[in-house]
Design a binder for this molecule. Structure first.
Ligand code: HEM
Ligand SMILES: *[C@@H]1O[C@H](CO)[C@@H](O)[C@H](O)[C@H]1NC(C)=O
Ligand SMILES: *[C@@H]1O[C@H](CO)[C@@H](O)[C@H](O)[C@H]1NC(C)=O
Ligand SMILES: *[C@@H]1O[C@H](CO)[C@@H](O)[C@H](O)[C@H]1NC(C)=O
Ligand SMILES: *[C@@H]1O[C@H](CO)[C@@H](O)[C@H](O)[C@H]1NC(C)=O
Length: 327
């Protein structure tokens, strides 16, 4: 009997985690400076290396799509766990983990054991956009950090740069994200860079045709061919849009002109169901900003449904002696 009620209590507690109430100002009394500390770290990162804020912003997507926004992609591999850092979409690609570490260190000094790594990812993504000249918004906080990570889940879920818009629409729908959300969120590629590795096939062998993707505007293709010739070191990078340090609607103007970098970008313009939104955002930056913020909030609400903790170090789960936080 006692065991059963203990189990029940456990399940009830676990249930609170599943529907953890995220809200703005979650750290208002427990760590009042949390948000300004993260903003400060991001400001320093931007000065040190402008691209790093884009790299950090990307973490939100890669974290939230794989078992909810729970900081799982920040965990290093262990002898018993293959984490997400070496998953197909992340290996040699996700970068600037040290910026999250720096924020965590400062937060642990100010208020030890209080602010989760999962929440740092969400705050930092918002800060990246704001610091790059995009919109600023209030984020909902109160997430817990996962106790595990899954390379397999990441491999199964995260989309390839080869993906077409139709596949992306289906993927985003699984997360209750609409076509509008998909196009607006893809506007994150207004900042940052990608590797030649991610576009070689579309430059030289689109869909196995032995030819380039016909959707690439010829002048732009010449530029890409120079950047990424057949024998290039595929770690060489190019800009995702014409203004890679500024968060603006240039990305959508580029797509309309056939100057999208990734296949997954350009296909948003060639595919009829997404094209209208690309055109809309290319003309109306404030509508893009509004829909982007809405999409980031929805994506940030994806939850893992597992128990969690507030990690002391974002790269490793806390030791055995620490109590798991069940609510
Ligand atoms: C719609 C499906 C998406 C696909 C297929 C995709 C794919 C990619 C790829 C392939 C890269 C470059 C990787 C490399 O070559 O190393 C990249 C970069 C990036 N992605 Fe996405 N992405 C998508 C959506 C998103 C979303 C929703 C966000 C954030 C809200 C995002 C943020 C970024 C950022 C900021 C970069 C540049 C990172 C840097 O400079 O380090 N992406 N994405
Ligand atoms: C899009 O990609 C999917 C999956 O790779 C494929 O099955 C489908 O035929 C493609 N659709 C179009 C319109 O190219
Ligand atoms: C999407 O919404 C449905 C209906 O509200 C819900 O049952 C489902 O869990 C949601 N999916 C995700 C991934 O949030
Ligand atoms: C292009 O892709 C097709 C199908 O994937 C493959 O059979 C062919 O060998 C590739 N051609 C080149 C030049 O890589
Ligand atoms: C890119 O660089 C990494 C190490 O920095 C290396 O392991 C990898 O093989 C390189 N990838 C390509 C496609 O050249």
């Amino acid at each position: 009997m006692a065991t059963i009620s203990l189990l029940l209590i456990f399940l009830l507690h676990a249930a609170t985690v599943i529907s953890a109430d995220l809200r703005p100002g979650f750290y208002h009394s427990t760590c009042p400076d949390a948000e300004s500390i993260v903003r400060g770290v991001m400001r320093k990162a931007l000065i040190r290396e402008p691209r790093s804020v884009a790299s950090v912003m990307r973490f939100q997507f890669h974290d939230c799509f794989v078992n909810g926004c729970d900081g799982s992609m920040l965990l290093d591999d262990t002898p018993t766990m293959l984490g997400e850092k070496l998953a197909l979409s992340n290996i040699n690609s996700l970068r600037s983990y040290e910026v999250i570490d720096e924020a965590k260190e400062e937060l642990e000094k100010a208020c030890p054991g209080v602010v989760s790594c999962a929440d740092i990812v969400i705050m930092a993504a918002r800060d990246a956009v704001a610091l790059a000249g995009g919109p600023d918004w209030k984020v909902r906080l109160g997430r817990l950090d996962s106790l595990t990570a899954s390379q397999e889940d990441s491999n199964n879920i995260m989309p390839s740069p080869r993906a077409n818009a139709s596949a992306l629409v289906d993927l985003f729908r699984k997360f209750n994200l609409s076509i509008r959300d998909l196009v607006a969120l893809s506007g994150s590629h207004s900042i940052g860079q990608a590797r030649c590795f991610s576009i070689m096939f579309r430059l030289y062998n689109q869909s196995g045709s032995g030819k380039p993707d016909p959707a690439i505007e010829p002048g732009f293709r010449e530029k890409l061919d120079k950047l990424c010739p057949l024998n290039v070191d595929q770690n060489v990078t190019g800009d995702l849009d014409a203004t890679p340090c500024v968060f603006d609607n240039q990305y959508f103007k580029d797509l309309v002109a056939g100057r999208g970098f990734l296949n997954s970008d350009q296909t948003l313009f060639t595919f009829p169901k997404t094209r209208g939104y690309v055109e809309l955002y290319s003309r109306d930056q404030s509508q893009f900003f509004k829909d982007f913020v809405n999409g980031m909030l929805k994506m940030g609400d994806l939850q893992s449904g597992h128990c969690g903790e507030v990690r002391k170090n974002c790269r490793v789960v806390n030791g055995h002696s620490d109590h798991l936080l069940l609510e």
